[in-house]
Design a protein around this ligand. Structure first.
Ligand code: ADQ
Length: 497
C-alpha cells in the first residue's frame, strides 16, 4: 500500500501492467455518454445523455474505438460493460446513493462548480463531501487501471475527477495521462478558498498534460502554481502546451489551451432521419404554429444558474415593456434541460425562471399565442437542429462558461449566413466568436442593447449581419472537435515523450 500526494491510499501501487486490460485509448469521465433507463416493465434500456462533454467526446471515442469509463447515471446500479453500435466500449462505474449525494451533488456541484465559476453562488465546504470525492476518485482510477492496456493513453475529463491523474500514476506508471478541464479555472485568490487546495492541485500535477479551453485559464493555473515549489518554463502565449511545469519530484507536465468545439459534420445535414424537404416543412409548420413571429429569439441551456437564463428573460421582458419589441411580432423560445435538480440553488433558479416565464406570458401573450415558449426537457439532436434553424437571434448569455457549445452549434447551422448571435463576453466562446453581439450579462441594459442591435441589424443592415455570421461560420467550420481532440492528443504524446 502506498499513499499519493493527495493522501489517497492505493493498494498495489507502482506495479506496472499487473491488472492491465487491452484498451489502448481510454476516456474517463464522471458520466457515461448514455443514461440507464428502467422501463415500466422493469427492462433496462440506454438513452443518449445530453451535455457539452458528451457532444464533444463521442466522435473522438468512435474514431479511436476506445473505452469510456464512467457512471451510468443511476445510483446503486452496476451494469456489465458493453459495446455501442459505433464500437465504443462503455465501462460502467457504480456509484451508491451516498456517493451520488456527497461526491456528485455535494463536492462536485455544490463546492467545485460554484468555486470555479467565480462564486456566482457561494460554494459549500463540507468535510464528508471531500472524503466521498477522494473515495470515488480512487474507484474511478482503479477501474481505469483495470481496463487500460500497457502503455495506454488515458484522457481524464473534468472537475469531478481531478484526483484521478495522481492516483492513476501510482497504480500504473506506464500510462500516458492527459487531463482536460471543461469549466473555467478560477483566479488563484478564489481557488485558494478551497480547504483541500493542496491535495487537489497535487492530484492534477501527476498528469503529463493539463488542458484548458482558454489562455486566460492557463494563466490562472500557472499563477497558482507559482505559489508552490514548481519550476515553470515556457511561453504562455503559445496556446498548445506552451508551458512546462516541473514538480519537486522531477515530473514534467505540459499545460496548454485547447478551445473545444463541435462535430461540424453532424450539423451539416438538417436531420439525420429525414430529407431536406421534410425538414423545411417541419420548420415552416413550427413557425406557423407559433403565429409566424417576424423575429424568433432562442435560448438553449442546461437549467443552471451560471447560464443567465433568468436575466435574459428579464431583459426580454423590459424590451417588451418599453415597446422596443412588439409582443405581436416576436417570440422567445427557451429550451432548458433539467439539471442537478435536487441542489437548492438549482431548484431556486428553476423556480425563478418559471415564475418569469409565467409573468411575461401573463403580461404580454394572447390566447393561443405565448411570447415565451418554454420547455423544461431535453430534446433529440434532430429537434434541436430544427430550433436552431428556426431562430433569428440566438441568446447565449452565461455569467461564466468554460466554452459554451450551444453558441457554436447555432453558428454551424448558418451556412447561409442568416441570423445573429448575442453572446456573453464571459463565455469562453467569445474568444473565438468575436463577430457576435457581445454583452455583459450582469448589466441588463447592455444585454438589452445587444438584443436590439441584433434585431435592428437583421432588419436594417442585412449585408453587414451576413458578413458577421459568415466570419463566425468559417471560424467554427475550420476549428471543429476533431481539431480539438487531435491537438490535445498530439500535445499529450509530445509531453510524454
Ligand atoms: P455544459 O455546461 O453542459 O458543458 P454547453 O457547452 O453549452 O454547456 O453544452 C450543452 C450541450 O447540451 C450542447 O451540446 C447542447 O446541444 C446540449 N443541450 C442543451 N440543451 C439541450 C436540450 N434541451 N436538449 C438537447 N440537448 C441540449 C460544459 C461546460 C461548457 C463547455 C462544455 C464542453 O460548462 O462551458 O463548453 O462542457 O467542454
Amino acid at each position: 500500500m502506498s499513499e499519493t500526494a493527495t493522501g489517497v491510499s492505493v493498494k498495489g501501487a507502482n506495479q506496472t501492467g499487473g491488472a492491465a486490460g487491452n484498451n489502448s485509448f481510454v476516456v474517463v469521465a464522471n458520466r457515461l455518454p448514455v443514461d440507464m433507463i428502467t422501463e415500466a416493465d422493469g427492462t433496462k434500456t440506454w438513452q443518449a445523455s445530453p451535455g457539452g462533454l458528451v457532444s464533444a467526446l463521442s466522435p473522438v471515442l468512435e474514431k479511436h474505438q476506445g473505452c469510456w469509463v464512467g457512471w451510468p447515471g443511476v445510483a446503486d446500479e452496476s451494469p456489465e460493460p458493453f459495446r455501442t453500435e459505433r464500437g465504443v466500449l462503455l465501462h460502467p462505474v457504480e456509484l451508491t446513493q451516498y456517493d451520488y449525494e456527497e461526491f456528485y451533488e455535494g463536492f462536485s456541484n455544490a463546492t467545485l462548480w460554484p468555486l470555479y465559476h467565480n462564486l456566482i453562488v457561494t460554494p459549500e465546504f463540507n468535510r464528508s463531501w471531500w472524503d466521498a470525492y477522494r473515495d470515488v476518485n480512487l474507484r474511478f482510477a482503479t477501474e481505469v487501471a483495470s481496463v487500460a492496456a500497457h502503455g495506454a493513453t488515458v484522457w481524464v475529463q473534468d472537475y469531478q475527477l481531478q484526483l484521478v491523474p495522481g492516483i492513476l500514476r501510482q497504480l500504473r506508471p506506464d500510462l500516458t495521462i492527459g487531463f482536460f478541464l471543461h469549466i473555467p479555472f478560477p483566479p488563484p485568490e478564489i481557488y485558494r478558498q478551497l480547504p483541500w487546495r493542496d491535495e487537489m492541485l497535487r492530484g492534477l500535477m501527476d498528469a503529463d498534460l493539463i488542458g484548458f479551453h482558454l489562455v486566460s485559464n492557463v494563466r490562472n493555473f500557472v499563477e497558482l502554481c507559482r505559489s508552490y515549489d514548481f519550476e515553470i518554463s515556457g511561453d504562455i502565449t503559445i496556446r498548445e502546451a506552451g508551458i512546462t511545469i516541473t514538480t519537486p519530484s522531477g515530473h514534467k507536465l505540459g499545460v496548454g489551451a485547447f478551445p473545444i468545439s463541435i462535430d461540424t459534420s453532424a450539423m451539416a445535414t438538417p436531420t439525420a432521419s429525414g430529407s431536406h424537404e421534410e425538414a423545411d416543412e417541419a420548420l415552416e409548420q413550427m413557425h406557423l404554429d407559433m403565429g409566424s413571429p417576424s423575429t424568433v429569439f432562442l435560448g438553449v441551456d442546461r437549467l443552471d444558474y451560471t447560464k443567465g437564463i433568468l436575466q435574459r428573460l428579464l431583459a426580454f421582458e423590459e424590451l417588451l415593456d418599453s415597446g422596443a419589441l412588439d409582443p405581436a411580432d416576436v417570440a422567445l423560445v427557451q429550451l432548458a434541460t433539467p439539471s442537478r435538480e435536487r441542489i437548492d440553488s438549482y431548484r431556486i433558479t428553476r423556480s425563478n425562471v418559471e415564475e418569469a416565464v409565467g409573468r411575461i406570458n401573463g403580461r404580454f401573450a394572447q390566447i393561443g399565442r405565448p411570447v415565451v415558449h418554454y420547455q423544461h426537457r431535453s430534446v433529440s439532436k434532430d429537434v434541436l437542429m430544427r430550433y436552431y434553424r428556426l431562430a433569428d437571434i440566438m441568446l447565449v448569455t452565461p455569467f461564466r462558461d468554460g466554452m459554451n457549445l450551444v453558441a457554436k452549434e447555432f453558428v454551424a447551422t448558418r451556412a447561409d449566413s442568416s441570423g445573429a448571435l448575442v453572446l456573453s463576453e464571459f463565455a469562453g466562446a467569445a474568444d473565438e466568436l468575436t463577430q457576435a453581439h457581445l454583452c455583459n450579462p450582469f448589466d441588463i441594459e447592455d444585454t438589452k442593447k445587444a438584443m436590439l442591435q441584433a434585431a435592428w441589424g437583421l432588419k436594417d443592415n442585412p449585408e453587414m449581419m451576413k458578413e458577421r455570421m459568415a466570419s463566425m461560420y468559417n471560424q467554427v467550420m475550420e476549428h471543429d472537435v476533431d481539431l480539438w481532440a487531435s491537438a490535445f492528443l498530439s500535445a499529450l504524446d509530445k509531453a510524454r515523450a
